[in-house]
Each structure stands twice: as C-alpha cells, then as structure tokens.
Design a protein around this ligand. Structure first.
Ligand SMILES: Cc1cc2nc3c(=O)[nH]c(=O)nc-3n(C[C@H](O)[C@H](O)[C@H](O)COP(=O)(O)OP(=O)(O)OC[C@H]3O[C@@H](n4cnc5c(N)ncnc54)[C@H](O)[C@@H]3O)c2cc1C
Length: 450
C-alpha cells in the first residue's frame, strides 16, 4: 500500500462522516428510549419540539464526556486539536438546545413556568434554577476563562463539576417529569446510559490516576536549553518505558500523587527509541516556571501516549515549527536519526532571535546523519547576529511565499506537520492548502488549548 492511501485512511471524509453519523445516532438514543413502546398522546408541535430538544441536549452533554475523556480508541482517530474544537462546538450546541428546552415550552404554554415555582415543588425549582445558572456559568467560563482570571486547574475542576451536576439534574428531571419515561425500564435505561457517561469522567480523573500510581518515573536530569526552555529527562522506576510514536504527547504530573490537579500535556521530545523520556517546556505560567526547580529524583507520572500528530512510515516529512513547537519535531528527527531512516525531511523552524534557537546545534548534528534540510526563519535578524554561513536561513516570518519557495519537488510524497504559535499555524495551514496541499496531509498540534 502506498503512502497516499495510508494517509487518506487516517483522515478521510468517509471516516469523518461515519463518526458524525455515530455521534448523531448516540445523541438520539435518550429520545429513542423516550419514544419506544406505548407513549402518551401527542401535544402541540412546539411542546413536543421543546421536549425533544431537552433529551437531545442531555445526550450531547453525556457524549462530551466520552469525546473529551482521553480515550485511546477515540483520541488517535482525530487528534487533540480536532477533538477540542469539536468539544467546544458541541458544548455551544448543547447550551442552546438546553436553553431552548424551557423557553419553547414556556412560550408554548405558560403552565410550564410552574416548574420554576418553589411553592409548587421547592426542590425541583431549586434544581432547575441551578441548572440554568450552571449552564450559563459553564459556557461563560469556558469562552472567557482568561477574562475571569481563572487558572486552568480551577477552571477544569469547575468545568467537570458543573457538567456532571447539569447531567445529573437533567436525568433526575426527565425521570421525575415521567411523561415519556413512564415504564420503570425506561427510567433505568436512561439513568444507566447517562450514569455510564458520567462514570467516564470519574474514570479519567480518579480510576486512571489510581491505576497509574504504580508506574512512576524519576527525574534523572534537568537541562537548561535556551530561551527559558528546560528539559526534563525521566526514567521509569519499573524499567518499562511508555511506548510512544514520535509526535505524540503525554499528560504529566510532577508530584507525589498521580491525582494532582496540576496535570499538563507535553509532547515527547526524545527519540521513541531512547531508554529515557524527555520533555522540554518553555516557561509560560505557574507550572512551566517550576520545571527548572524540579529536583533530580522527583517522582513524575505520565498518562498517555495521545495524539495523531505522527508520521506514516513511508512518507517524507515537511515540518513547519515555531518556538517551543519544535518539541514534537525533535522527537521525529531524533527517532529518524536513531533508526538511520532514509526518508527526506525538511524543517522550517521559526524563532524570534538566532541566539535563542533551541536545539540548533543538535539539529545541525542530526542533519549530518539523515537527509534533513533545515531552514531557520529568524524574525529579528540584527546585523551582529546574522546567521552563520553554513546555516540556511530567512529573515522575517513564514508566509505563503516562503512556503512555496521551500516546497519539495514531489509534495504529494510528504506529510506536513505544523506546531508553533497560533498565528504561525493559521498562516501555514492556509498557505499550504492554497499551494495545493491536500488537507488530509496537513497535521497540526496546537499547544494553546483554551
Ligand atoms: C498536545 C500539547 C502538547 C504540548 N507540548 C508542549 C511542549 O512540548 N512544551 C511546552 O512548553 N508546552 C507544551 N504544551 C503547552 C503546555 O501544556 C502549557 O504550556 C502548560 O500546560 C502551561 O501551564 P502553566 O501552568 O505553566 O501556564 P498557565 O499560565 O497556567 O497556562 C498557560 C496556557 O497553557 C494551557 N494550559 C495550562 N494548563 C494546562 C493543562 N493542565 N492542560 C492543558 N493546557 C493547559 C492553557 O491554554 C493556558 O492558558 C503542550 C500543549 C498541548 C495541548
């Protein structure tokens, strides 16, 4: 099988369509449960629509746990980037569906306002009012987390708590209203289905860390790279290293406990063949600023590997990376060096200043061992810091014209990997596509996820 076919197999319209179809079918399951068997006589179109939207929204909320739960059988199919985009879009759709549920019902029949009346049923009124506030809270804090100055860890805790409580109230509400849920088996089926979705969150947050507690790593080295970047080298205590593909990432916890909220994703920077694992972080916030202070011997827990930002064995590599976005590229190139891989690789590596280019000496060394062409793209090129004569380089920023200049002779034989600051990635994704590169060959890994 040729490289073309394999690449199309990973990202294809057919595969995307199948998953979308599966998602749609699953999103309709609670509604299906409600409609199965003898059901009460139909009311007005608007009332039935309002009710249907409520069931669908509940299902979408449940599916959010499935798609964002870092499950190996889902994550590699799409890549982290796409899953997060999908999670966000679906969250917004579920928000509007849930909101539309009471609004349509109340507009169709004001009697439904009684659901919020504490004099009729205090507990129900509190629960439904809570869900309305929680729903606005979860949406607003997800879209404007930075504006609220919420740390990522606190936001994640709040996000998990709000979503679990919204689904819980939703299930109790459907069972309690009971209009379509009358036979007991329907109540049990809905509760079991949504309970399974909620368990996925507990699995990710509690069960998986618990299983992981027996597989700690120890820090063996902390290296100062340039430009406020630090490399942690880890050795598995058990002697069995996590197997990963170059380009993938893991969630890391530096702590005595695998349950810590401080769990962060980092791309593997080391060769997939090395005995140790290394991650390189650029100081950007409270966790990454402590990298340099992590003592040798500290315990580290890894969860992974994740991601589909990985080359196929028989395609050449065109890498466009900027700043700390070089880490997955380092893993790919280090692995190619260790494998004595005959494939071609082209690296366009964007940095602010030449003096800050992380790993530049090692990259030059690797280029002597494999068929690697490196083009350093330096944004500020002051006179006294011009590139050495033997270094291929450009000044300024990467744009479509520059991509066209370095595009290989047979672009269809390459896979394109982009990782770096958001604006660079946007320009390169669009630029490559404008230059005729099929989107199925273009892979992106975004480090800024919220
Ligand atoms: C797939 C992937 C691979 C990554 N690989 C690397 C790498 O090799 N080297 C590197 O320096 N950085 C990498 N990052 C980014 C790294 O995860 C964040 O820089 C780090 O989590 C920031 O944490 P902080 O507390 O230092 O900064 P903060 O100021 O707390 O956060 C800065 C930003 O980082 C993101 N972030 C923070 N905490 C988390 C978290 N727990 N989970 C997810 N995102 C978070 C948020 O977008 C936040 O706005 C990667 C990110 C992803 C998604």
């Amino acid at each position: 099988m040729g490289a073309d076919n394999r690449i199309e197999m990973r990202y294809s319209y057919r595969r995307g369509f199948s998953w979308l179809l599966l998602f749609t079918v699953l999103a309709l399951v609670p509604l299906g449960i409600a409609l199965v068997g003898p059901i009460p006589a139909a009311r007005s179109f608007w009332i039935e629509l309002g009710v249907a939207l409520g069931f669908i929204a509940l299902a979408i909320f449940g599916l959010q746990f499935l798609f964002s739960g870092r499950f190996h059988w889902i994550a590699p199919t799409f890549g982290m980037d796409n899953i997060i985009h999908f999670h966000r879009k679906m969250g917004i759709i579920a928000f509007f569906f849930i909101l539309a549920h009471p609004i349509i019902l109340i507009l169709a029949d004001t009697e439904f306002l009684l659901y919020f009346d504490p004099r009729v049923n205090l507990l129900r009124a509190i629960a439904l009012s809570y869900v309305s506030v929680a729903l606005i809270g979860i949406t607003v804090t997800s879209i404007w987390r930075m504006a609220f100055k919420l740390s990522y860890e606190k936001w994640r805790l709040l996000h998990g708590f709000l979503s679990l409580s919204i689904v819980f109230v939703g299930v109790v509400h459907s069972i309690q209203v009971s209009h379509y849920m009358d036979p007991l088996w329907k109540k049990i089926a809905l509760a079991a289905l949504m309970g399974a979705c909620m368990y996925l969150v507990l699995h990710t947050r509690l069960v998986r860390p618990w299983l992981n507690r027996k597989k700690p790593y120890r820090v063996t080295k902390v290296n100062d790279e340039r430009d406020e970047c630090w490399t942690l080298t880890l050795k598995p205590e058990s002697g069995r290293k996590m197997a990963f593909k170059p380009g993938q990432f893991a969630w890391i916890t530096v702590n005595e406990s695998p349950f810590s909220l401080q769990q962060h994703p980092f791309s593997f920077a080391s060769s997939a063949r090395a005995e140790t694992i290394s991650f390189t972080a650029k100081e950007s916030g409270d966790f990454t600023s402590t990298f340099k202070e992590i003592p040798v011997g500290a315990k580290v827990y890894l969860e992974g590997p994740f991601g589909s930002f990985t080359p196929e064995p028989d395609s050449h590599l065109f890498l466009v990376m900027g700043g700390i976005g070089i880490t997955p590229g380092m893993s790919m190139l280090r692995t190619m060096r260790d494998d004595k891989d005959p494939r071609k690789a082209i690296l366009l590596y964007a940095s602010k200043k030449w003096k800050d280019v992380t790993f530049r000496e090692e990259l030059t060394e690797i280029s002597k061992e494999i068929d690697l062409r490196i083009i350093h793209v330096i944004e500020d090129v002051p006179d006294e810091e011009e590139l050495p004569e033997d270094v291929d380089g450009e000044g300024g920023r990467i744009d479509e014209e520059m991509l066209a200049k370095y595009l290989p002779e047979h672009p269809e034989k390459y896979m394109y990997f982009i990782c770096g600051p958001g604006p660079l990635m946007d320009v390169v994704e669009i630029g490559l596509n404008n230059l005729g590169i099929d989107w199925r060959r273009i892979y992106s890994e975004r480090f800024e996820i919220v």
